[in-house]
Design a protein around this ligand. Sequence first.
Ligand code: SF4
Ligand code: SF4
Length: 503
Amino acid sequence: MPTSLIQPEFRVDIDYNKCHKCGRCVQQCGWGVYNFNERPIPDDSKCRACHRCVTYCPAHCITIKKNDLALRENANWSPSLRKAVWRQAESGGVMLTGMGNDKPYQSIFDHLVLDACQVTNPSIDPLREPMELRTYLGRKPDSVEVVSDGNGGFRLAEGAGMGKNIKLDTPMIFSPMSYGSVSLNVHKSLAMAAERLGILMNTGEGGLHADLYPYQDNVIVQVASGRFGVSPEYLQRGAAIEIKVGQGAKPGIGGHLPGEKINKEVSTTRMIPQGSDAISPAPHHDIYSIEDLRQLIYSLKEASGYKPVGVKIAAVHNVAAIASGIVRAGADYVYLDGFKGGTGAAPQIIRDHIGIPIEIAIAVVDQRLRDEGIRNQASIIAAGSIRSSADMAKAIALGADVVAIGSAALMALGCHMCQGCHTGSCSWGLTTQKPELTRRVDPEWGAERLTNLVNAWSHELQEILGALGVNAVESLRGSRERLRAIGLDAQTCEIIGVKPAGM
Ligand code: SF4
Ligand code: SF4
């Protein structure tokens, strides 16, 4: 009997007429695809199409092709469903995967277009006019007192209630990715870029490595159910604290970092024994009500000198009511993570079938908080497949204050979306702790690429604002009137509060 009924997903094709037989493909591949015996011999079954070998082959003689195995056509049983059955019949286990949902669900962002100014409202030239992207993250007071500045102008009075907001130079932050799930060099790249850009990175649930202390003013420290790395010092170091309740890629599921990834440094940072599995339970065992959440929020504020505290939740069907409770419990921001968000590891069935799109979650939460008169009490951070500056602008128009990017940030560092993060063998040195792989990311190089990406999107956002005739991103927030839908059904348009194009 064959050991497996599953044929390789990819074919590694080498043009040996061009091959230098240099062995670089063998060195570069984290998946162990290549053997070298006078020339590189690939084992197709191990290839994940991460393209590291293709990128580094000096002869450009490697091609990775999709293995178009002619499985008999069946509109109900797609090849991927059949392969999943075979895989589970062989393993008897839950199928794990990395990165975000890859199912062809409709993207609502792709069915929204932004308005533009023509004659009646003039557009603004962002190359010649100042365009304000600065955003303040946190609770805003119900009213502010202004006093004369002595020169005929006004300024905020002392203690006007804005003190604990965090200034972001552009309405974008880096999503939580824990040290352990990603390498320390990735964390350093994110922290250095966040400092240069005047934005924030997020520790995820893995604690704060001492090498990141110099960047602590640009770091959100996360408190998840496993409480990894949490201490009074950790809370005091963060610019803000985030309680992680849920994650878009796996709502209702806790975290699991296998013991093989818990090396000495990860164990010190997480405050757990080396080599032990890091398991964060699905629920926080001290939060079973909004009152419990309120108690935790205020405990964290007390412990940190009243720094902003946010709550991260996955986008699910009753997200608006949950967000309202979170704001009433005293959170300074609500982080909404849509069902296409990335992850280091998740059961594939959960990742692909649970949760709701981020576009809907933003719109219903923003509207609910407005209807209840508490929108000013918390900022909304939106994440879960923000793929471009256009997605960012549309998310803000739907009601977000800030967007968070994780997958796009990893792509800036080389990620090719091969979905093998859960294996810990990322050839690009990102979602791994293997020293021979992690050294592939130089933090300085990484910080520069991340800085370039965020700057590029910020420039594009300014262009979009100019076309809309507004000169501050604040004016776009929640302006659903500036969006029109193309090809969305009437019910979705009604839920997100966007008219069809032509109306
Ligand atoms: S890296 Fe390219 S040129 Fe070098 S051995 Fe591999 S296939 Fe040949
Ligand atoms: S981070 Fe690495 S393993 Fe994960 S999808 Fe990207 S390239 Fe693949």
